[in-house]
Every structure is written in C-alpha cells, then in structure tokens.
Design a protein around this ligand. Structure first.
Ligand code: LMR
Length: 331
C-alpha cells in the first residue's frame, strides 16, 4: 500500500533537516527495511531512496512495502552492514569508503584527485571493472545492487584553508576509510574516525577542527554553520553502493528482476540530478551566510601534490586493473 508518511525524527534527525520517511505497511505486506545516514530533502541519496520506496510500494502493493530510516535513525554508517548480514535490514547505501572491512577494491573511489567529475564516475561504474565491484563482497553476504552518486568532497575547518599547510596540526573528522585517513595524515593533520551523525556536534564542541564532505552533506548537516569556511578542493567523489544480501534477492523469487529494474530506473533518474542538487546546496550555504573559498589552479595543484602520493600505498590492495580503468574513465 502506498501511504507515504513523514514524521519528525529524534535529536539527530532534527540537527540534519528532519524527516523520517516511512510507508505505512499493511499487516499482510512483507516489510523491506532501508537504512541510511543522510537527510532526505535536498540530498541526492535521501531523495533517491524516498522515491524508490514510493515506487516500490506502488509496484508491489499488497505483497511488499518499504520502510526507510534516514538520518542514522536505525543504524549508523558501517554498522548497517552487520545488520544487513544478520537480516535485520534488507537495503543500505553506504559511502564506498565504509566497506573497508569487506573489500579493498572499493577504495578506488577514495583515492584523492582520481575522478574529475560525475561523468567519469558514471563511465567507470558502467564499465566491466566497475560492474565487477558489485559482487566483490558476496563471500561476506553483501551484494551490490546499484551505484548512487553524490558529488565532490570539499575541506572545511575552523580557520581558513588555502594552502595544504594550513591544515597541518588540525584534527579532521574521517570516515572509516583507510585511504581517507592516509589522505588527512598526508596534510600533517590528525584523522579522527567519527560516524556521520556525530560530525555536527564534534565540530560545534571542538572535538575536531574540520571535516571534508560534499556540498549536499555540508548543507543538510549544517556543518557550514560551525566552520570558518569551506575550501573548494574537489578532492574526492562521494559514491554510494546500494547493497542487499544474496538471501534477500533470492527470496524475491519471480519479483527479483522487477525489483532490480526498478532500482536501476530510479538510480538513473536521480543520479542525473546529483550535480544540480550539489550546486543548489553550495548556493544555499552562501545564502545562509557560509564562506566558500575557491582555489586558483596553482593553489589546488599544491593539494594534489601533497595528497595524491597516498595512492602508492593502496595500489596493490585495490588492484592496478581497477585503478587503470578508473583513470581511463576521465577521458
Ligand atoms: C560521510 O560519512 O561522510 C558520508 O559517507 C555520509 C553519507 O552517507 O553521505
């Protein structure tokens, strides 16, 4: 049944543009739970997942129904993957940097200054090398369903960042990605792994001095309100992998292909909007009084020179074939 309801979430949700969306499922419908960590409105992942739930409910009305838990209201970051393996949730779409415990190959997305834009990411995810990553965690009970695009990540801190040396000595929030931690360390800064739901509070209270994320995450998470400014480094492309378990896919029986087709359609439609949503979030940050610092080509090159050497530490684990396919997608 498609009765879409929006409710206010808890304290975390309130800090991050509130709205916990869930469909009111009928008692006879099988409930499919989708847990993620971001806001809904104005967010590439949040809006895509909300649309998926709505169309899922229409398509499988009377048999299945999707409940969406955004804003970390059910599971946080990589914790959702344990829940997915245990069958406590059926769908998730973590940042590719949160799969380190299951595969090294997805770390390719986090190599700083690899992908130049969304088109390059799309070319890579649609290539044979990209498609092979979908099944790279099946031995662990996780299978990729589709890719969701966000956008380029930017650095922010409680002081102006123009040269990479400005970041030296500061503490930055990091995801659990080894590449991201190495990238932050290469600046002479200290990475502090924190769940996404903890970032705003950690910036506000000074537990960390800075963070790095996309315009849509910085805006919907209100990080810009507790930072001196954001520097347009465009250093990493944030990609999500929508995952489920092979058991869940098998359990769909003859609905399996219809489900996969639906996911592919909704992802294609919403991925095409991700650039626009990030541009809108960038403008909203400016309108909201945030400071954005653009870098000249020479200034940005200094960040490239400092951070790109971390690639060499991860090449063997990621695989040269994967990295070469990713580089080739920039052409
Ligand atoms: C982060 O933790 O920085 C992001 O992965 C959050 C998200 O899902 O966009």
């Amino acid at each position: 049944m498609s009765k879409y309801t929006y409710l206010l979430g808890g304290a975390v949700a309130l800090a991050m543009l509130p709205t916990v969306a869930f469909a009111a499922c009928d008692a006879n419908e099988r409930v499919v739970k989708f847990s993620h960590v971001t806001a809904v409105k104005g967010h590439p992942k949040g809006e895509m997942v909300a649309a998926l739930a709505e169309r899922f409910d229409e398509k499988f009305d009377g048999t299945m129904c999707m409940e969406v838990f955004p804003n970390s209201t059910l599971f946080n970051d990589d914790k959702v993957l344990e829940a997915l393996i245990l069958g406590d949730v059926q769908l998730a779409a973590p940042d590719v940097g949160k799969f380190d415990a299951f595969t090294d190959r997805l770390q390719v997305f986090n190599l700083p200054f690899l992908f130049q834009d969304t088109q390059a990411v799309q070319k890579f995810t649609e290539s044979d090398a990209g498609q092979s990553l979908l099944t790279s965690m099946e031995d662990s009970g996780i299978t990729g369903v589709t890719w969701i695009y966000n956008g380029m990540r930017q650095f922010s801190a409680n002081k102006p960042l123009i040269a990479p040396s400005d970041a030296s000595g500061l503490r930055f929030r990091a995801t659990t990605s080894d590449v991201t931690e190495a990238m932050i360390s290469s600046l002479g800064a200290t990475p502090q792994a924190l769940a996404f739901s903890e970032v705003y509070g950690a910036l506000q209270t000074g537990v960390v001095d800075g963070q790095e994320n996309t315009w849509s995450n910085i805006y919907t998470g209100k990080f810009y309100e507790v930072q001196d400014g954001i520097t347009e480094t465009n250093h990493q492309f944030l990609t999500y992998l929508m995952v489920t378990s092979p058991e869940f896919l098998d359990s769909l029986g003859e609905d399996r292909q219809a489900f996969l087709d639906l996911v592919a359609d909704v992802a294609a439609e919403y991925n095409a909007r991700a650039n626009e949503q990030n541009a809108a979030a960038r403008q909203a940050i400016l309108d909201g009084g945030g400071t954005i610092r653009e870098l000249t080509a020479e200034q940005r090159q200094k960040w490239v020179d400092v951070m790109k050497p971390v690639w060499s530490r991860f090449e063997d684990n990621i695989g040269k074939d994967v990295i070469e396919a990713a580089i080739a997608s920039n052409k």
